[in-house]
Design a binder for this molecule. Sequence first.
Ligand SMILES: Cc1cc2nc3c(=O)[nH]c(=O)nc-3n(C[C@H](O)[C@H](O)[C@H](O)COP(=O)(O)O)c2cc1C
Ligand code: SF4
Length: 366
Amino acid sequence: MARPPSVLFTPIQVGSVEIPNRFVRSATHEFMAEDDGTPTERQAEVYRKLAEGEVGLIITGHAYVNPEGKASPRQTGIFDDRFIGPLSRLSSAVLGTPSRIFVQIAHAGRQSKKRLCGGTPIAPSAVFDPSSKVHPREMTAADIRATVEDFVQAARRAQEAGFDGVQIHAAHGYLLSTFISPHTNRRTDEWGGSVENRSRILVEIIRGIKTVCGPEFPVIIKLNSTDFLPTGLSVEDAVAIARILEAEGLDGVEVSGGMAESGRGSVWQGLRAEDEEGYFTENAAKFKAALKIPVSGLGGNRTLAVMDKFIRQGRADMISLSRPLIRDPFLVRKFRFGEAVKSECVSCNKCFNPRGISCGDLKRAK
Ligand SMILES: Cc1cc2nc3c(=O)[nH]c(=O)nc-3n(C[C@H](O)[C@H](O)[C@H](O)COP(=O)(O)O)c2cc1C
Ligand code: SF4
């Protein structure tokens, strides 16, 4: 028996693309690509299941736009045209279903490591990262221009590979979030200082993608709303940045937070009470009040009624889920049929398996 209609199961427009419901599979690195970045059939299988499970918008794990921006082993590469063929096998996995699929395009910046990226990791300013122990190299203006082009070319490859859109990763201490954070961006040229200057790299990337892929090709962003650092990004600045990007044609924002250096990322451990679910939703509501484009609320969303409430109260337009969909890729479908009202994910973080994500808690229980 179908549940009574919930706003969560109504469609929403993200740019030119209609998403059949409000559920987003937040980008989740699968640890399943080949060592050289080539995507695999195992990943296609993950997306096939998520589409079968009726996730409206599936966002792939972060794909690196340049080898110097590699964050992790077994991460998907999108830095060369040779990946277009294998990437198209991923987008094909959801063909024939109502689900849409976007690639998350990313550069790890100072959260990469020499052994992964082959040199000294780069950043807007040479600010030491105590978590990775990396002393990054400050980017030159030419490096910044080249990085803009890397993101634009990555989006072109995503489009040629049949993806419905891209999500720019500007969260969690990766390169683009270090540009918008005053803690990690100490530049005094046109790429640092004011909110306008700190968001310039994102503006250039969005303009470049819209020029190369066409204005209809959806571009969304995962944006930090806080770094959890006293000298870091404020939510007010983050909202101001989103407004600048909206004026450039950005099609949606997923509101996240965290930076390795602060010891607080976006993947919070431990079960929370229902009234503490959606831990970035309070920030998302501030974006929602200032923007016309869809805003997705993220972080510890577990209970259907709470997610429904967030949308009805106008705090978000969409709901992002990562770990609940590792635990059960069919969760959204179960919600729709009334077979589940809450995710069974216990937020233990045992799914970070370097040989491929899976629910460690479920395995332990078997
Ligand atoms: C195994 C794993 C891999 C992740 N990979 C990414 C990623 O590639 N890009 C990203 O932006 N966030 C990534 N995240 C963070 C999630 O997208 C999400 O922001 C976070 O887990 C909070 O949502 P949740 O409580 O629904 O899991 C990852 C999380 C997990 C658990
Ligand atoms: S291991 Fe399973 S229960 Fe634990 S956080 Fe990951 S998906 Fe959730």
